[in-house]
Write a protein that binds this ligand. Structure first.
Ligand code: FAD
Length: 274
């Protein structure tokens, strides 16, 4: 099923994200996670993709198992920055062979293996990938894209970031999943701005239930998201008590979700960290 149909049918769509274990780790670990999540009947489960192509086989394999083994709709992430158009087409064929019909089209972060010469690159931005998927694989996939309520870390100008987001939607992105955030007001402001720009596709809110203090530093350095005072007070209060911090992190995420559902959010995407 195409994910766009879930938004029409079921109201707020609850989804989970998992990532493929590293190549030298057994893949079974992620299946134990999915086994535990499946009884919650998520609308879909997404599988991340290693930006340099490192997780290619495992992303396809796990997405296939989600769909064909667990009977849950799968969303395969796909990054384009390090791939040629031909490689992207091959991955699309592999996904199609497995019946995976949904792709989250991403640029990916720069990788050491990336070609230095721009002339060797097929794709510069996620928008280029969305356009390619529409042109070369029309009708085969429902395409989603990433959105950043606080702006993408490389972009200093939120309005420009929204212009680029609109380009992705105009190129064919049918729904958006946001970067994690801890302040719902920022999400509401972003949603209003997107609507004013004419972005009318469903926007799924990315929620990260923090389970330990180390995750917070990592998130801030990787994503540049802001931490509201209420959140930092909680982290500081329970920093030396791992069990209490995990409980408080889940409670904080739950509060966010209750508020988002009350505000009519299109969906909640939970970054499960496996
Ligand atoms: P883009 O939409 O291309 O934007 C990248 C930057 O370029 C932004 O600053 C934007 O403002 C700017 N830009 C866009 N278009 C133009 C243009 N035409 N001209 C000039 N500037 C432009 N990474 C992974 O490696 N694997 C994953 O599985 C993965 N999953 C993700 C899932 C979600 C929900 C999110 C939010 C992020 C995910 N990422 C993943 C991270 C993502 O790859 C990085 O944030 C990456 O730096 C940007 O990807 P994008 O698709 O948002 O890029």
């Amino acid at each position: 099923m195409f994910i766009r149909e879930l938004f029409r049918k079921n109201g707020p769509v609850i989804s989970f994200e998992v990532f493929p274990p590293k190549a030298d780790a057994p893949v079974e670990g992620v299946y134990r996670t999915i086994e535990a999540l499946k009884d919650l009947s998520p609308g879909f489960i997404s599988v991340t993709y290693g930006a340099g192509g490192s997780s290619r086989d495992r992303t396809v394999e796990i997405a296939s198992r989600i769909r064909n083994g667990y009977g849950i709709e799968a969303l395969a992430h796909l990054t384009c920055r390090s791939h040629t158009a031909g490689e992207i087409d091959e991955i699309c064929e592999e996904l199609l062979d497995e019946g995976v019909q949904n792709i989250l089209a991403l640029r990916g972060d720069p990788q050491p293996s990336d070609a230095e010469d721009d002339r060797e690159r097929s794709f510069f931005y996620a928008c280029d990938l969305v356009r390619h998927l529409r042109r070369n694989h029309f009708g085969n996939f429902c395409i989603g894209a990433a959105a950043y309520p606080e702006g993408h870390i490389e972009c200093q100008d939120l309005a420009r970031d929204l212009d680029f987001l609109k380009m992705k939607v105009e190129a064919g992105a049918e729904f958006l999943i946001t970067q994690l955030f801890f302040d719902n007001e920022l999400f509401y402001r972003f949603r209003d701005e997107a609507s004013r720009k004419g972005i009318a596709v469903p926007i799924v809110a990315g929620i990260f239930p923090v389970l330990n203090a180390a995750q917070v530093q990592k998130i801030v350095s990787l994503c540049g998201v802001s931490l509201p005072p209420r959140f930092t007070r909680i982290i500081a209060r329970y920093a030396n008590s791992p069990a209490a911090l995990a409980e408080a992190g889940v409670a904080y995420a739950t509060d966010q979700i209750v508020d988002l559902l009350a505000a009519g959010v299109d969906g909640i995407h939970l970054y499960t960290m496996n």
